[in-house]
Design a protein around this ligand. Structure first.
Ligand SMILES: [Zn+2]
Length: 320
């Protein structure tokens, strides 16, 4: 009897060892590409611009088990990759501040985050898997009509924005009411951007909004109008502009990295499957962290693909 138990334990140990031995850690490649995922509605039913709560939860599980970890977009723009060694950074973005992204529900115990909204699902997942990281950027519409105005609960607008920025998430500008910036002259473009900042800052006055997501992915006639300027006494300056599509983004250390044209992947079933399979089949194309924000680890002989100027203090290491 005891012998049988020992045999079972030995077998289990051998299986665990084998599982580790098969799962080779990914070698660091900080010149690889990474996914910036773009969610719209989290609601029912699943549609072109809607992911169901269940499917969103499944996306998080899929990303987690496949070795992806949440990366803050602002830190990425600073060249500060914060995910652990051997994992791939993934950025979550949510456009249009629709109600299913962040909803409060009144319960007997007080105000709670709806467990079926994106923030609720994300928070629950992070309690289970704290090593997934904590990051997501919300591109909000402070002046849109219902239901897209700051998640559609006027009484909780302030609380939601304050919650997001104090809880490790980021807020981005998506214009005042989703204006197609390609259609308007310079003053209107600038007014849409500056006024969105003013309206967001009513609730989070100290918060620096660093990124802009283009409504419909459409640039104004001149990129500079969106990047920086002053309108109505408000000065704005962005470190990055996000597009609506375009596939995986280049590494922030790569020559091809252009923060004014950051591509995203739409988080719908077909796109997710496509790009997850792409990186499974071409693992060398994937950004894999070395776990050290002070070094940039690149494949041997790849120095020519680096940006001419890297963030200050960063050391380049060529992998053998
Ligand atoms: Zn939008």
């Amino acid at each position: 009897m005891r012998l049988a138990l020992v045999a079972v334990l030995l077998l289990a140990a051998a299986l665990i060892f084998a599982a580790f031995a098969w799962a080779d850690p990914w070698p660091a490649n900080e010149l690889g590409r990474l996914m910036i995922l773009e969610y719209h509605k989290v609601d029912y039913p699943e549609e072109r611009w809607t992911r169901t709560p269940e499917n969103f939860r499944r996306d998080l599980e899929t990303l987690y088990t496949r070795g992806y970890r949440l990366q803050s977009l602002n830190a990425l723009l600073d060249g500060r990759i914060t995910v652990p060694a051997g994992t791939a950074p993934v950025v979550l973005t949510f456009d249009d501040s629709s109600p299913g992204q962040f909803r409060f529900v009144e319960t007997e115990g007080g105000l709670e985050i709806d467990p079926k909204c994106a923030v609720g699902i994300l928070e629950a997942f992070l309690r289970e898997k704290p090593d997934f990281g904590r990051a997501a950027t919300f591109y909000v519409l402070p002046g849109a009509s219902k239901p897209n105005r700051l998640f559609d609960q006027p009484e909780y607008e302030a609380q939601k924005l304050q919650y997001l920025v104090s809880d490790g998430f980021e807020i981005g500008n998506h214009t005042l009411w989703h204006a197609n910036l390609g259609k308007y002259p310079e003053p209107v473009v600038r007014d849409q951007i500056a006024r969105a900042e003013v309206w967001i800052h009513r609730y989070i006055p100290q918060y620096r909004i660093r990124t802009l997501a283009l409504p419909h992915g459409v640039y104004p006639k001149q990129v500079a109008w969106a990047l920086h300027g002053t309108a109505g006494g408000t000065t704005y300056e962005y470190d990055a502009i996000l597009e609506v599509g375009g596939g995986p983004a280049p590494s922030p250390f790569a020559q091809t990295f252009d923060p004014t044209h950051l591509p995203r992947i739409q988080a719908i079933e077909s796109e997710l499957q496509h790009w997850l399979a792409h990186f499974d089949h071409t693992p060398g194309a994937r950004f894999v962290s070395d776990g050290d924000a002070a070094t940039v680890t690149i494949p041997a002989g790849a120095r020519g693909r680096l940006r001419p100027t890297l963030p200050p203090g960063v050391k380049v290491v060529e992998r053998d």
